[in-house]
Design a protein. Structure first.
Length: 207
């Protein structure tokens, strides 16, 4: 079984551990650089990306993690994890650090203040067996994706609850893949459906 770490500084750690185990991996929490060096892939959970960014620095994980991602280690970020993996985060804090595995620009808390959370069923490229139930919690969206980024799922304009800019609602990118780096704006770890985690464990096996 591939060994998949879950960054365990903050956020939805247990849920990812449980889903990874169901998806056929051995899941281990990662808090130190020595633990990071022993995993075949890493999940960055949801939580608060600004807090996680600060904790990555104080646990001296920021540079080791950047180095492993640059070196091709498979990574899967959900929600705050997606924000950390992005090359740039809009509406972040000025001192927020990016890990940079994904050539995307994300917008934090993009779906607006009035609707902090919503759920939709999404077609998800690479996941067979019907739509994936997606739970969004103060979620980002991908505002710009580079040419090397594959879009795996979008929320259609009619389902975007609110456009904070007040413009016409547009379809929004909420799941992407670039090489061995996968990210979802939503939380596949809390719905009991491990298909997205299976897709990631498959990427880890291939790497
Ligand atoms: N809004 C959070 C952030 O900016 C992400 C929320 C989540 O991970 N559920 O980091």
């Amino acid at each position: 079984r591939p060994v998949v770490g879950v960054l365990a500084l903050q956020g939805a750690v247990r849920e990812h551990v449980a889903m990874l185990e169901r998806a056929g991996a051995r899941a281990v929490p990662v808090r130190r650089a020595t633990e990071l060096s022993e995993v075949d892939g890493l999940v960055l959970p949801g939580g608060e990306s600004t807090t996680m960014s600060r904790l990555l620095e104080s646990f001296e994980l920021l540079e080791p993690l950047r180095a492993r991602i640059a070196d091709g280690m498979p990574a899967f970020g959900s929600c705050a994890g997606m924000i950390l993996l992005a090359r740039q985060a809009l509406d972040g804090r000025p001192d927020q650090q990016q890990l940079g595995g994904l050539d995307v620009v994300v917008r934090r808390n993009a779906f607006g203040r009035q609707v902090d959370s919503f759920e939709v069923d999404l077609d998800f490229a690479g996941v067979a067996g019907g739509p994936v139930h997606a739970v969004f919690i103060r979620a980002p969206w991908v505002e710009k994706a580079g040419a090397g980024v594959e879009v795996l799922a979008t929320v259609s304009a009619g389902l975007v609850p609110e456009d904070p800019a007040g413009g016409e609602p547009a379809a929004r990118i909420v799941a992407v893949r670039q090489g061995a780096v996968l990210a979802t704006a939503f939380h596949p770890e809390i719905t009991g459906d491990e298909r997205v985690h299976r897709l990631f464990v498959e990427l880890v096996r291939e790497a």
